[in-house]
Design a protein around this ligand. Structure first.
Ligand code: NAG
Ligand code: NAG
Ligand code: NAG
Length: 142
């Protein structure tokens, strides 16, 4: 009974966000619009996302005065808009909260803008950890 009440409370307090824990085998489906964009392949993205957010769309990391949101850890100091930094240029023209749900359409559009403007070096994991030995990031169907 107690746990039922607790569950009920949790579900009314946090109803809106549909979080999603992705797997590397979902990457080819959900990120197909990123395949090859800016010369970056999907196994590279799988690796970057693993090291950036652990494949969890609800990841929020505070980082010295700014905050990074979602699967791709997009920052509110420039790319999206939040209460913390109202003067953000909001290049992607979205609220940062919209990067936390399981609809990745807006995330992917924003990532394409980041690639256009700043390039793949926005994601520090790429150069450090995801530029070689990418076999393990493919989805192997046996
Ligand atoms: C945090 O940001 C401030 C102002 O942008 C900067 O002066 C400071 O060096 C930063 N600290 C770290 C640890 O990056
Ligand atoms: C930003 O998004 C809103 C809808 O959310 C739209 O009306 C507006 O035209 C967009 N602005 C730009 C510069 O794309
Ligand atoms: C995902 O969001 C976009 C707008 O960002 C919307 O057009 C689309 O219908 C949404 N897809 C789903 C499955 O809800």
């Amino acid at each position: 009974m107690m746990s039922f009440v607790l569950l009920f409370l949790v579900s009314i307090l946090f109803p809106a966000i549909q979080a999603k824990q992705l797997t590397k085998c979902e990457i080819p489906w959900v990120l197909k619009d990123l395949d090859g964009y800016g010369g970056i392949t999907l196994p590279e993205w799988a690796c970057i996302i693993f090291h950036t957010s652990g494949f969890d769309t609800q990841t929020i990391i505070k980082n010295n005065g700014s905050t990074e949101y979602g699967l791709f850890q997009i920052s509110n100091n420039f790319w999206c808009k939040s209460h913390q930094i109202p003067q953000s240029r909001n290049i992607c023209n979205i609220t940062c909260e919209s990067l936390l749900d399981d609809n990745l359409t807006d995330d992917v559009k924003c990532v394409q803008k980041i690639l256009d403007i700043k390039g793949i070096d926005y994601w520090l994991a790429h150069k450090a950890l995801c530029s070689e030995k990418l076999e393990q990031w493919r989805c192997e169907t046996l």
